[in-house]
Design a protein around this ligand. Structure first.
Ligand SMILES: NC(=O)c1ccc[n+]([C@@H]2O[C@H](COP(=O)([O-])OP(=O)(O)OC[C@H]3O[C@@H](n4cnc5c(N)ncnc54)[C@H](OP(=O)(O)O)[C@@H]3O)[C@@H](O)[C@H]2O)c1
Length: 291
């Protein structure tokens, strides 16, 4: 796939504007730290502003980079995503790197104030809406990159178009796996739409990482599980690679594990599913207002 030369340097991101969702903990926080160390201006949309302020200070102290900006955004609510995008676009006229990292897994079925199942809303609809709201600016900023944090758990998922929100039958893992498959289908469809724009979009599996997601396990299992897991900094490595490395600059529409392109199952390459999911997602958004 031929793209414009992408000049983001892995060593110096000064002057580059970078937005990372879920930057208040785990993999997202380590991604923010790494990209801040390279000199990027970091914008962290966050639902918990008190926590975000602490993280901002920690990043500034550790990296010496003062260009860390936090803005309110609850990714489970369309209006909040729209307000964030408006606030972002009022302040910044460029966006060189968008990292859609925030993710949750609700063990029991929970509904957002928009009336949508929360895991589907945060993990798929939020990056779909946020990316679309920022896409013109991302294109104008080319060469630019979009990085979607998925999971190898996608392999256990199917897009259940008849019951995408698990209304009839809910399993936390099934809905999570579906949302992570959705991240990959979204990546592929978007990459085909962005050919020739100088904007790349890739998805990745960070590896099993000891983050707050560990809290889903019973307490007595956590210390043992942690021994076999990556640290959050290690879990952020593939995201940071895709967001910043010159080697990844020309690659788009791919799925990465351990900084290498990984093969995808047939269901994750199904263009019909990707098209259908895109239309379904547009309908969800349109029920609120136009994107
Ligand atoms: N850890 C793993 O083993 C693993 C494996 C495969 C894939 N992943 C993926 O990696 C990504 C990062 O996960 P993590 O392990 O680093 O988890 P984490 O430590 O729980 O971090 C999740 C982040 O998402 C944010 N977030 C959640 N709901 C939000 C909302 N409604 N609005 C705004 N922000 C919200 C959280 O903000 P708060 O601080 O406010 O809670 C937090 O910053 C996820 O997409 C996950 O699916 C993780």
């Amino acid at each position: 796939m031929t793209l414009q030369v992408n000049d983001l340097s892995g060593k110096n991101l000064s002057g580059k504007i970078c937005c990372i969702t879920g930057g208040t903990s785990g993999i997202g926080k380590e991604t923010a730290l790494a990209l801040a160390r390279m000199g990027a201006t970091i914008i962290l949309p966050a639902r918990n502003l008190e926590l975000a302020a602490t993280v901002k200070k920690e990043i500034m102290d550790k990296t010496g980079n003062a260009n860390i900006d936090i803005m309110p955004c609850d990714l489970v609510l369309f209006d909040s995503i729209r307000s964030f995008a408006k606030m972002f676009l009022a302040k910044y006229d460029r966006l060189h790197i968008l990292v859609n990292n925030a993710g949750i897994m609700e063990p029991t079925r929970q509904i957002s104030r928009d009336g949508i199942e929360r895991t589907f809303a945060v993990n798929h609809l939020a990056p779909f809406l946020l990316t679309n709201l920022l896409l013109e600016t991302i294109k104008q900023s080319a060469p630019a990159r979009i990085v979607n944090v998925s999971s190898d758990g996608y392999k256990s998922g199917t897009i259940n178009f008849d019951d995408i929100e698990g209304k009839q039958q809910y399993s936390g893992f099934r809905v999570y796996a579906q949302s992570k498959l959705a991240n990959i289908l979204f990546t592929q469809k978007l990459s085909s739409m962005l050919i020739g724009t100088g904007v790349t979009v890739n998805a990745l599996h960070p590896g099993m990482t000891a983050t707050n997601l560990l809290n889903l396990l019973p307490p007595f299992v956590r210390p043992l599980a942690k021994m076999f897991m990556l640290t959050p900094a290690q879990g952020a490595e593939t995201t940071v690679y895709l967001a910043s490395s010159p080697e990844a600059a020309m690659t788009t529409g791919k799925y990465f594990i351990k900084k290498k392109i990984a093969p995808l199952s047939a269901k994750a390459q199904n263009a019909d599913s990707a098209d259908r999911l895109w239309s379904v997602s547009e309908r969800y958004i349109a029920q609120n207002t136009e994107i």
